[in-house]
Design a protein around this ligand. Structure first.
Ligand code: CP
Ligand code: NVA
Length: 336
């Protein structure tokens, strides 16, 4: 029996380094099989439900296509076309869906909701993003990193994550770095540093995870630069101005890339990204854009987003292969 059979996929810290390496290898095999037109379709007798409390392009589409390509049948539920969350509790929803389906994908606000789903559904539950974690994304990123390694192994890289370090992407990278043992530099102004005991203890006890407000220190020698949108889904749009005030110096731009002193530096972003002015000019007051001259992108400039060092769309593609590895491994006894 494969080691993932019947398990949930809620957060990376539920898995070992060996587990994560195994999932990456399964994804690589599935990707290779698909590219050679020899993917084995194994989920023809499985029914899967996708619950989206928050919006999505990549995760939803990759999940649906992963299911179609594996011949599983799917139902899509959102907060607009179901009773979940207001007329019906998560616990009841879990028990109902658990009788009808073989697996549940959940994207929502609270990690505790997905924990309840997992507790009562009796079938595998997969996390498609919560406020706290985004494990499918970070596995896709690790796969992308693995494909781009030059003379280094995954546990030797330096990944510099810059910007909003209080979100699901940063939290999940923290988990990944702890499990795998790569160097993670978290870069943001002191004002935005998490101030909790757990985080502070973690930094004290791990010399491969660095928290700094100094961009030169944070990106020096980096192999990968990663950023995410400065305001995550579900956060009040009223926060845009203060976030820009805090983070405008922490943009991924040409100057920052030069500071890495690495001509092979790879640029990463989970997407969606506000790198084009016309996408964010209506989101907040124009004066702040002029004040900081942010006409060429917010968290990343369009120039760097589109540069040849960017592996952003490879990250996005890899989501499909990672999702297949997760659903096949948790739904079927035998290894893919
Ligand atoms: N990166 C990511 O999860 O994208 P979506 O919000 O489009 O799913
Ligand atoms: N931190 C972002 C990630 C989007 C994939 C958000 O939660 O909106």
């Amino acid at each position: 029996m494969n080691q993932f059979y019947n398990r949930h996929f809620l957060k990376l810290s539920n898995f070992s380094k060996k587990d994560i390496y195994e999932l990456l290898n399964i994804s690589l095999k599935i990707k290779d099989d698909k590219n050679k037109n020899k993917e084995i379709k194994k989920l023809y007798n499985k029914n899967i439900v996708l619950i989206f409390e928050k919006e999505s392009t990549r995760t939803r589409c990759s999940f649906e296509i992963a299911c179609y390509e594996q011949e599983a049948k799917i139902t899509y539920l959102s907060k607009y076309n179901s009773h979940i969350g207001y007329k019906e509790s998560i616990k009841d929803t879990a028990r109902i869906l658990g009788q009808i389906y073989d697996g549940i994908l959940f994207r929502g606000k609270h990690q505790k909701d997905i924990e309840i789903l997992a507790q009562y559904a009796g079938i595998p539950v997969w996390n498609g993003l919560t406020n706290e974690f985004h494990p499918i994304q970070i596995l896709s990123d690790l796969l992308t990193i693995k494909e781009n390694l030059i003379n280094k192994s995954l546990d030797e890289i330096i990944l510099s994550y810059i910007g909003d370090i209080n979100n699901n992407i940063a939290n999940t990278f923290l988990e990944a770095a702890l499990i795998i043992g790569f160097n993670l530099n978290l870069i943001s102004p002191k004002k935005l540093w998490p101030n909790n005991k757990l985080f502070n203890n973690l930094l004290l006890n791990n010399n491969k995870i660095i928290l700094t407000d100094n961009i030169d220190d944070g990106v020096n020698g980096a192999d990968f630069i990663y950023t995410d949108i400065w305001l995550s889904m579900g956060e009040s749009s009223k926060l845009w101005e203060s976030r820009i005030n805090d983070l405008h110096n922490y943009q991924v731009n040409k100057e920052l890339i030069l500071k890495t002193k690495n001509k092979n530096i790879k640029i990463m972003h989970c997407l969606p990204s506000l790198h084009l002015y016309y996408h964010y000019k209506k989101l907040f007051n124009q004066t702040i854009i002029s004040k900081y001259n942010l006409f060429n992108g917010l968290e990343i400039t369009d120039e760097i987003f589109e540069s040849e060092n960017s592996i952003i769309f490879q990250q996005s593609e890899n989501k499909l292969h990672i999702i297949k590895a997760i659903i096949l491994s948790t739904l079927l006894k035998n290894k893919y």
